[in-house]
Design a protein around this ligand. Structure first.
Ligand code: MN
Length: 230
């Protein structure tokens, strides 16, 4: 039998250069802002927890362009979650928080798109979240900005508008587990690798979108991510 398919490299461009950042894995942090944890029915500081998306779920959108994502199958409650994405430049195991920030090559603006109804069913049944979180085109992302060009990311504003109306607005300083602590926890469980992306969690204000909606996410110093649901 002749078995062959093309090699597919997933890579995110680095803004303002001709460089590409090849992607290894996509990790996502759950419930990492207090006000979002509360809107999902939880309170207090729980240990960080993680889920993953496949690298080919990325929808890469260049600065100044409006990307497109298809309204996914099986859902009637397709939610946006604006998130800062930390891009790992050098991997490691058991990285301490104090050393963690130097493992970050750069940052991007991302959307952790969620089939909330399916996620909710899986939660109720104690089943994995894959179908709610790790589906096709579930991870829109902007181009990457190197960390040394981003400025004060720890105190950066993060926002999302849908059709020009603000739905999510917060600041990175309100992360429950900051990026350094997240990397410490993640790298205790997995060997982080160059090319890993970490979706760091979403603030409050998650809501459903429908076909035709235009989402504009932004993180101060990193830029914008514009995408239309088709
Ligand atoms: Mn999320």
């Amino acid at each position: 039998m002749n078995y062959t398919h093309p090699v597919k490299t997933i890579a995110v461009p680095v803004k303002g250069t001709d460089q590409l950042f090849p992607v290894t894995r996509i990790y996502c942090v759950g419930r990492n802002y207090v006000a979002h944890a509360q809107e999902m029915g939880f309170t207090g500081r729980e240990p960080p927890f993680f889920f993953m998306k496949p690298a080919d779920a990325l929808v890469i959108v260049a600065d100044g362009e409006v990307g497109q994502m298809h309204y996914p199958s099986l859902t009637k409650d397709f939610h946006h979650e604006i998130e800062l994405v930390a891009c790992i430049g050098t991997g490691g195991k058991n990285i301490k928080a104090a050393d963690a920030m130097k493992h970050i090559y750069g940052y991007a603006v991302g959307l952790d798109m969620t089939r909330r109804d399916l996620q909710g069913e899986q939660k109720k049944l104690g089943r994995p979240w894959c179908i709610g979180k790790g589906f096709d085109e579930s991870a829109p992302i902007s181009h990457i900005v190197p960390a040394n060009k981003v400025g004060d990311i720890v105190n950066a504003d993060i926002n999302l508008t849908v059709n020009g109306k603000v739905t999510q607005t917060s600041n990175l300083k309100l992360l429950i587990w900051n990026m350094a602590e997240t990397i410490e926890h993640l790298s205790a469980a997995w060997q982080l690798q160059a090319g890993d992306l970490i979706y760091t969690g979403t603030p409050e204000g998650v809501a459903a979108v429908v076909r035709g909606d235009v989402l504009v996410g932004s993180v101060a110093g990193v830029g914008e991510l514009k995408i239309k649901v088709i």
